[in-house]
Write a protein that binds this ligand. Structure first.
Ligand code: SF4
Length: 330
């Protein structure tokens, strides 16, 4: 019988449970002590792996205001400290890196189709530099989001990408930017490289689940260490009234059959017994959670002590919509 609190391996990382905490917004950037306190709570809770809030690589990006900027003077101080905190509880940490808009000088919001090869190289080198910073700060890895609605999810999506060069057309070509990037990071850095990928995009002629499976197989080939499955506007599909969980679970099972790298899935999970049921009725081994950790950083302690539990998160999505790392209700 599998349980969420099994000790396990996720590639090269040793985890004390099957729960991956995924972060998103950072509204406490001006209060480092509050960030450290939050990480202390999460790391001490029994979580297996922490993925940081989104870190912003570009100062004028859409979500920069709601993220810790990697170019800030105090980024390394903060990053070193939270790596130190999570490691003191034997919890590995990945830094989540992505961007929404690409600006070239005064030309803002360049589209996927208008990127020059120099722009592509610039993006790759900016992300590699971000990965180097994470390594120096003591992080165990990087999570690159090619999912949700971030820029790279658009780059690999035929709905947006109509390029006629080596970076457009087939899934391989649309994935080329990301594949080159993963390969360079794996060849040159000592980091776990995790990639977050959409299962599908509901737009007509958008990225579909067949393309997604193909993309994940390519990621495995170039050395990605783990894959996290997601979907555009993820939290909005997992509310009290709505659950898109089934689709994600079915897709994840198919993906697990197709690749050997560990696969993580998130889907609004909030109940320990239900999560154990998923683990035992499917091949899924790793479950990701976001909002329950916003509602209560250390809820897993109670779940472990009681042998069951349900998150107090109301799935109202106020923290998601207003882009805060703290809960509106508690
Ligand atoms: S604001 Fe709402 S969705 Fe966010 S953690 Fe609190 S209860 Fe959950």
């Amino acid at each position: 019988m599998k349980t969420i609190f099994d000790k396990c391996k996720l590639g090269d990382l040793t985890l004390k449970s099957r729960i991956i905490r995924t972060g998103l917004w950072e509204s406490q950037q001006n209060d480092l002590d509050a960030i450290y306190e939050r990480y202390e709570k999460i790391a001490s809770s029994g979580v297996g792996l922490i993925t940081s809030e989104l870190y912003s690589i570009y100062p004028k990006d859409k979500f920069t205001e709601h993220s810790f900027k990697m170019g800030n003077l105090n980024f390394m101080t903060m990053a070193r400290k939270i790596a130190e905190i999570t490691h003191s509880y034997d919890v590995p940490i990945l830094g989540q890196v992505e961007f929404i808009k690409y600006n070239r000088g005064i030309d803002l919001d360049i589209s996927v189709n208008d990127l020059t090869i120099e722009d592509i190289r610039q993006i790759q080198s900016d992300i590699i530099e971000a990965a180097q910073k994470l390594q120096v700060a003591g992080f165990d890895g990087i999570q690159l989001s090619v999912g949700n609605n971030f820029f790279l999810s658009k780059f690999i999506n035929p709905y947006y990408n109509q390029r006629n060069d080596d970076y457009g057309g087939s899934v391989f070509n649309r994935m080329r930017l990301v594949l080159e990037l993963v390969k360079v990071m794996k060849d040159n850095l000592d980091l776990h490289v995790s990639v977050k990928v959409n299962t599908f995009d509901e737009r007509k002629d958008g990225f579909d689940s067949h393309e997604s499976l193909e993309a994940c197989k390519l990621l495995e080939k170039v050395g990605a260490d783990s894959i996290q499955v997601t979907r555009p506007l993820s939290p909005l599909y997992f509310t009290k009234k709505l659950s898109g969980e089934g689709e994600l679970i079915d897709y994840t099972n198919k993906l697990i059959d197709s690749v050997d790298v560990p696969v993580i899935v998130g889907g609004g999970f909030n109940n320990m017994l239900h999560m154990n049921e998923i683990l035992n009725s499917t091949d899924i081994e790793f479950l990701s959670m976001y909002r329950p950790f916003v509602a209560q950083g250390d809820f897993l302690k109670d779940w472990k002590d009681n042998g069951c539990g349900e998150s107090r998160c109301l799935k109202c999505n106020n923290c998601y919509r207003t882009k805060t790392s703290t809960c509106y209700h508690y």
